[in-house]
Structures are given as structure tokens and as C-alpha cells.
Ligand binder design. Structure first.
Ligand code: AMP
Length: 541
């Protein structure tokens, strides 16, 4: 017997329709890329996203077309996302912090047909446009007055959407249709494409909005500092309009002073970012003696939230910290550290002990830790194992079939994190099995660095590990064996690597050794190296 309820496909553009119907006047405030603060509303964003869809449709883009975006968090970027999804297309967020060749590789892998770009990223586009043969149109998210001069054929966003009247019917697609794409570099080998569906994005926005998850509401003023090009912006570009929350977009300025200015002037109640951003804000507050009278809650994730950060926010500024864990593959929320009644009575150090954990899974995320034989470990808060997850907003594979070994036949996805879970469901990451470094919320491939370093004529073998860093969480240390009879210096090797990778990928230090430990199968034993260099202090600290 089937239920007699309506078939109402879970489509992302319905979120924006809802926001326009119920929260039309709620403001979206953005620090624009051109400079001034721009105020708009869900009503405006809805109307303009329709124009984006109309313009895309007119120019021949539609169902299944991957359309890149290289942009900061702004209202125009939101309009681009919804316009793209509204024609049945797939927004594909590109991370501007990657090396231009990596961005070109990712665009080619996804076969992006068009690209929305912010003015700040024009140099990247100039460098890669002719390397991406599928690319037919580049839309610069600005107005006529600010259009850059370029050898490329560019479309001006404002002029382009002004050509239509916005009378456009969203594409009616199946809810399982792809809606968005985001590549992750948090795996070994080439970046891997995660493909969100309309259904997964809508369900994720719902689970993310729950009171003990992000706790979204139309009475909140939320500032997503986490960029839209990171892990689906933690779903905020969907959960905010779904709940009618006012949004304050920081645009390109993420330094302490700029973030503070918006927190204060817009009376932000709730904000989200990686620890590195909060370190800059806390530094600014300490320098200036300023306070945070409006802010109630801050969600910190992407890397482990340091205990000192929990203490400062809560004790010095009376701002509650919610520690969160997630992954691009999980849309991205996986667990949140809000306190259950079992723990809510705790005070002081005991409370911090729990808040330091990455938290418990909300509805829609199943979680387990297993040993190497896939046997589930007890939830005792100490037995650790591989952290595996499944749910309706979690990937079942990567675009093109890469990384299939991370998914099993029962849909459990191996996160590559090592963790334990306690009796009340609170998970704590203890290690990372995947061989990548996370610096300021961004991944650095150790393999790429090793391959590059061994290209130096005097280097016999190279290994890269992450070393703890107070500002960036982790920074790369390059460990080298010199070729017999050769004596390259640290500067020689770094000089050789310079310009071949993004500046922030450059190792902070080089150590020379006589031997690098290997496993029985000949792989570099990173665990051993990590132990060996556990007390290494980087010169950048
Ligand atoms: P990404 O897909 O770039 O968001 O990276 C996901 C990975 O970041 C996870 O698998 C973890 O290794 C790491 N990560 C995210 N949040 C946390 C956290 N709160 N604590 C520790 N590691 C985290």
C-alpha cells in the first residue's frame, strides 16, 4: 500500500521560491568585490536569479551543463547558483586558491561550458581560458562601469541579465538530477568531483537548519565566512533562504578588521568559518579591545577547533562555540558539537573536554568507526578506528568513478579520518589516515610536493608531512635524502620548487635525513616520520 501524499520533488529552486514568498524583504548584505556594501533581499535575489536562468537558457545552456563559478560570497554569486540550477544546470564551484593549472584541470575534468567570475579572479581566467576547450562563455559578475579590459570575449553580468524580463519558468527536473559540483583535493591523487543532487541539497539544508545543528531561523543574522567555493559553503546558501535568515556576505575581505566591521554594523548573531579566520578575528579583538555584543554563536570546523579558541570565545566574549566536522563529500555537515542534556550540565574544563570533540551526527547522517576488517568498534570514547558515514546527502561515488575503493556495497563512505565515538554519540577525530595536509582550511597534496622535490637533480628521495602550526593548523615539512656526493641546501631546494606550485604550498622547512622509513610494500611510512619529527618546530612559528 502506498501513501496518498503528493509527489513534490525536492528541487533547490523551490527554496528560493519559498524565501521570496515568505521572507521577501529579508536582507542579503554583501561586501561587493567592487568595494561598497550592497543591500538586496530574497525577493530581489529570486527575481534576478530568474533573469540569470533566462539569460543562460537564451544562450543555449541547460540541463546537465556544468557551469563554473569563481567567486566570493556575494548576492550575485547566489543569483548565479540559483539561476544555473534553475535551468537544470550544475553550479561548479572552483577554488581560486588553487594553482591556475589545477583549476584548468578541474574545469576540463568537469567539462565546464560557462564560467561566472569575480573581478578579483580575472588574472586566473586570463591564464587558463585557452586551456579549457569546453568553455564557451565567461560572465564577469560586475556592472558595465567596472568591466575589465581583456583579450578575452567577456560578458557583463548586469547587462546580460538586463536583457530579459525574468519571466522564466524553472526547469522541472527529477529531484535526483545533479544540481552542483565541488572538487575535493582532500584525497590522494587527482582532485575528485563530488556531485550534489537537488534532493541531497534540499535534505542537507533541512538537516543543517535543525535547532541543534546550525539552528537557522528567520530571527538570526548569519554571516557565512566559509566561502561558497569550499564544501558547498556548509550548505548556508540553501539553509539561509530555506529558513529566511538574513545573510551578511563578507565578499573578499576576511581579515579581522573587515569581519569585525560587518559583525558589528549588521548585528550578526551567528557565523561560521575555519579556525584560521577566527584566529585573525580574535587577534583583532585583543589588539583593539573591541567586543562582540551581538554575536551569539560561532560554528567552527574544517579543522579541529583549538581549546584556547573555545575558551576565548566563550569566556572573554560570551559567544557559544559549536565545533563541527564535515566533508565536501557530505554536503558537508557530518557532526556538530551542541550539547545534549547528558552533557549540558558540565562546567569549566569538563565542558571544554566535550566541546573539543567534533560532536554528534544529526538526523540524516549514520556514523560508525571500524577496524581494518570493517568490524564496528564500540562507542566507548576510546576505541578508535576508521570513520565511516552514510546518508541521503553523502556521496555514493566521485564524478567519473575515481576513488571507488572509498565506498562499500552498503553505501558506507570511508572518510579517511580516524576517530572514536563515546556512549552519547560524540565523535572525536584522533588522526587522519589520508595523506594530505590541511593548512588554513585548504588542502596541500603531499604527493605533488614529493614529486616536485625529487625533480631536483640532487635529491634522492623526498617525503612531506604536516607539522602543527598555531595559525594555519598544519604546514608542510619536506624531508629529503641528498644524492650521494651532493650537498643541496634548503634554499636550493625551495628555490627549485618556487613558481611551480602555489606560494602557500611551499614547505615551511626542509629537513635532511640519511634514511626515510618504508612499509613492507615500499610506501613511505608517514606515521613513523610523524613520530620522528613530532617535536620539530617550524621556523615560521
Ligand atoms: P573538506 O572536504 O575540505 O571540507 O575536508 C574534510 C576533512 O577536513 C575531514 O575529512 C577532516 O579530515 C577535516 N576536518 C573537517 N572538520 C574538522 C574538524 N572539526 N576537526 C578535525 N578535522 C576536520
Amino acid at each position: 500500500m502506498l501513501g496518498l501524499m503528493q509527489d513534490w520533488p525536492l528541487l533547490c529552486h523551490k527554496i528560493l521560491d519559498y524565501a521570496a514568498a515568505q521572507h521577501s524583504r529579508r536582507e542579503i548584505v554583501s561586501r561587493s568585490v567592487e568595494g561598497p556594501i550592497v543591500r538586496t533581499t530574497y525577493g530581489d535575489i529570486h527575481a534576478r536569479a530568474k533573469r540569470v536562468a533566462q539569460a543562460l537558457d537564451r544562450d543555449g545552456f541547460g540541463l546537465g551543463d556544468r557551469i563554473g563559478t569563481l567567486g566570493w560570497n556575494t548576492a550575485r554569486h547566489m543569483e548565479a547558483w540559483y539561476g544555473i540550477m534553475g535551468v537544470g544546470g550544475v553550479y561548479h564551484t572552483l577554488n581560486p586558491r588553487l594553482f591556475p593549472d589545477q583549476i584548468a584541470w578541474i574545469m576540463n575534468h568537469a567539462e565546464d561550458k560557462a564560467l561566472f567570475v569575480d573581478l578579483s579572479f580575472m588574472p586566473i581566467v586570463e591564464a587558463i581560458a585557452d586551456k579549457v576547450p569546453s568553455l564557451k562563455q565567461i560572465i564577469v559578475m560586475t556592472d558595465a562601469e567596472h568591466m575589465p579590459s581583456s583579450k578575452l570575449d567577456l560578458v557583463c553580468f548586469e547587462d546580460w541579465i538586463a536583457q530579459g524580463d525574468g519571466d522564466f519558468a524553472w526547469a522541472q527536473v527529477d529531484e535526483n538530477t545533479a544540481s552542483g559540483m565541488c572538487y575535493t583535493s582532500g584525497t590522494t591523487g587527482d582532485p575528485k568531483g563530488v556531485v550534489y543532487s537537488h534532493r541531497s541539497n534540499v535534505l542537507h539544508a533541512m538537516l543543517a537548519s535543525l535547532p541543534d545543528a546550525l539552528g537557522m531561523s528567520c530571527n538570526e543574522v548569519i554571516m557565512p565566512v566559509v566561502p561558497m567555493f569550499h564544501a558547498n559553503a556548509w550548505g548556508i546558501a540553501m539553509s539561509a533562504p530555506m529558513t529566511g535568515a538574513k545573510v551578511v556576505n563578507p565578499g573578499a575581505a576576511m581579515d579581522g578588521a573587515s569581519i569585525y566591521e560587518l559583525l558589528d554594523s549588521e548585528k550578526v548573531t551567528f557565523t561560521a568559518a575555519v579556525p584560521t579566520v577566527w584566529l585573525m578575528l580574535l587577534g583583532y579583538l585583543e589588539e583593539t579591545g573591541k567586543e562582540l555584543p551581538h554575536l551569539k554563536r560561532v560554528v567552527i570546523g574544517g579543522s579541529a577547533c583549538p581549546r584556547a579558541m573555545l575558551e576565548k570565545f566563550q569566556n572573554n566574549y560570551d559567544v557559544e562555540v559549536v565545533h563541527a566536522w564535515g566533508m565536501t563529500e557530505m554536503s558537508p555537515l557530518g557532526s556538530l558539537g551542541s550539547l545534549k542534556p547528558e552533557y549540558n550540565h558540565l562546567k569549566g574544563a569538563q565542558r571544554l573536554d566535550i566541546q573539543e570533540k567534533q560532536g554528534y551526527a544529526p538526523f540524516g547522517v549514520e556514523m560508525k568507526v571500524t577496524d581494518d576488517e570493517d568490524k564496528a568498534m564500540p562507542w566507548d570514547g576510546k576505541t578508535f578506528g576508521r570513520l565511516k558515514v552514510r546518508g541521503p546527502a553523502i556521496a555514493k561515488g566521485y564524478y567519473g568513478g575515481a576513488g571507488a575503493e572509498q565506498f562499500d556495497e552498503d553505501n558506507w563512505f570511508d572518510t579517511g579520518d580516524v576517530a572514536h565515538i563515546d556512549e552519547f554519540g560524540y565523535m572525536q577525530i584522533t588522526d587522519r589516515a589520508k595523506d594530505v595536509i590541511k593548512s588554513g582550511g585548504e588542502w596541500i597534496s603531499t604527493i605533488d610536493l614529493e614529486n616536485l622535490a625529487v625533480g631536483h637533480p640532487d635529491v634522492e628521495e623526498a617525503a612531506v608531512i604536516g607539522i602543527a602550526h598555531p595559525k594555519w593548523d598544519e604546514r608542510p615539512l619536506l624531508i629529503c635524502i641528498r644524492k650521494q656526493g651532493k650537498d643541496p641546501s634548503k634554499e636550493d631546494i625551495l628555490g627549485y620548487m618556487e613558481g611551480k606550485i602555489a606560494k602557500w604550498w611551499m614547505p615551511d622547512d626542509v629537513a635532511f635525513v640519511d634514511e626515510i622509513p618504508h612499509t613492507a610494500t615500499g610506501k613511505i611510512q608517514k606515521t613513523e616520520l610523524r613520530k620522528q619529527f613530532a617535536d620539530h618546530v617550524l621556523p615560521t612559528v
